[in-house]
Design a protein around this ligand. Structure first.
Ligand code: F6P
Length: 446
């Protein structure tokens, strides 16, 4: 079995700016806690493996098993809150909960640590570069009041990197000691570059990420914030399409959802409704035509309509890219995908026409509608707790890391690990099995 990293090696190690010597204002809160199965002390580790076979295959004593540093407040902190200036930036595509994270960071810094100088950089990494002319905004409990009720990000966002030397010049000019980057894998690569320049210059600036993506494709994180809101919103679209398909003769519903390389939104949204007949994700190739005795998607949908009167197909945008040519890369370096939704729509209509069968096909692509909504209750809690963990980590002088939750516990993950690979739907895993069970679709389509 392949392990994510060599045993006992340093990839799990979190970088620090130096010894934390100041008493934390949260120390009394920590001291009042009693050891329990829900309390992981700062001296402990959260094991990477949660399956006996995987752990034992590492062939090392239990205390040498790889572990992630737990999140949470430390007894000692590195930064003096009264002298500290903090920056926050949101980067990349939208995701439900961005404003919750921004507000959570500001309130925790302000109320728990007494940090009074918190600044928002506008429009992603552009906000650090003078030539763009974006003003830096002051963030206070008053200025962030109620922002969590809005979708999007009050700081604005953009795709693409800026020269990390320029970013660090800006941080130095403003005397920033902690930078929080709320962004996806591209933005985290940028954050790592910034942390690298900070280290080269011998500066004491902490760079801490709060990983963001509705695609849920960041490794060593149970799931990313906003994901639950996004798939719940996507499930509403599936419901509408199911209603349409069932209310018209020969109804076919086709829904395209986001998910560039990972089909988590498509899988979870389909499971949330338990009404889809076929779910197509990037991780599981499919064919349109019958092949070697296996039915392709076109025959399957026709047969389903003939037998049951309607059919619903959910497709992730990154599925079937062998069928539709993409075109270059975007500003974040992501491949611009071919439009599999429109392609399937045309191929399905053509196939029904060629077979002389009637069809009423409704195609819906709610992509941007699902990521621009405010966080739901679950994600609001998750965003807040991630923000708390990020503040604790930064105040303790941790750097070049992201916060996340692994096996249900808050942890620190080195940025390098968080961008080392992609979290994908495992075709052999339990999630995909649930999709196969719920849809009844064959393990191999076409
Ligand atoms: O990376 C997250 C994501 O939501 C993907 O699912 C999607 O492909 C992409 O962003 C689209 O974003 P934009 O159109 O803003 O580049």
């Amino acid at each position: 079995m392949e392990h994510p990293s060599p045993v006992g090696a340093s990839p799990w190690q979190i970088s620090t700016l130096g010894a934390a010597r100041l008493d934390s204002p949260l120390a009394p809160l920590i001291e009042a806690r009693e050891r329990s199965e829900n309390y992981v002390d700062e001296s402990d580790l959260v094991l990477v493996d949660d399956v006996l076979s995987t752990a034992s295959e590492r062939g090392v004593p239990v205390e040498q098993l790889p572990g992630l540093e737990p999140g949470g407040p430390r007894r000692k902190i590195f930064f003096d809150p009264s002298k500290l200036r903090v920056g926050i930036v949101t980067c990349g595509g939208l995701c439900p909960g961005l404003n919750n994270v921004v507000r959570g960071l500001v309130l925790e810094l302000w109320h728990q640590y007494g940090v009074r100088r918190v600044h928002g950089f506008r429009n992603g990494y552009e906000g650090f570069v003078a030539s763009y002319g974006h003003e830096v905004v002051d963030l206070t409990p008053e200025s962030v009041r109620g922002i969590d009720e809005q979708g999007g990000t009050v700081l604005g966002t953009s795709r693409g990197q800026q020269d990390p030397e320029d970013v660090v010049d800006c941080l130095e000019r403003l005397g920033i000691g902690v930078l929080f980057v709320v962004g996806g894998d591209g933005s985290m690569r940028g954050a790592l570059g910034i942390a690298g320049v900070v280290a080269q210059r011998g500066l004491k600036i902490s760079v801490v990420g709060v990983p963001k993506t509705i695609d849920n494709d960041i490794p060593f994180i149970d799931h990313s914030f906003g994901f639950q809101t996004a798939f719940a919103r996507a499930a509403e679209t599936i419901r509408s399409v199911v209603v349409e398909a069932r209310s018209t003769p020969h109804g076919v519903g086709l829904v395209k959802l986001m998910g560039r390389h990972s089909g988590f939104i498509a899988s979870y949204a389909a499971l949330a409704r338990n009404d889809a007949d076929y779910v197509l994700v990037p991780e599981v190739p499919f064919g349109l035509e019958d092949d070697d005795g296996r039915e392709g998607l076109l025959s399957l949908v026709q047969r389903r309509v003939a037998e049951r009167g309607n059919a619903v197909v959910v497709v992730a945008e990154g599925a079937g890219q062998d069928l539709v040519p993409g075109d270059g890369v975007d500003a974040s370096g992501n491949a611009v995908l071919g439009d599999v939704g429109r392609y399937l729509r045309r191929r399905l209509l053509d196939s029904f026409a060629a077979a002389g069968r009637p069809v009423n096909l409704r195609y819906v692509d709610p992509s941007y509608a699902i990521r621009s909504v405010p966080a739901n209750g679950y994600d609001a809690v998750y965003c807040l707790r991630l923000a708390h963990a990020a503040v604790h980590a930064a105040m303790a002088g941790r750097t070049a890391m992201v916060v996340g939750r692994w096996h249900g516990r808050f942890v620190h993950v080195p940025i390098e690990l968080a961008i080392s690979r992609r979290n994908v739907v495992d075709p052999h895993g339990d999630l995909w099995l649930s999709v196969l069970e719920a849809t009844g679709q064959p393990t191999r389509v076409g």
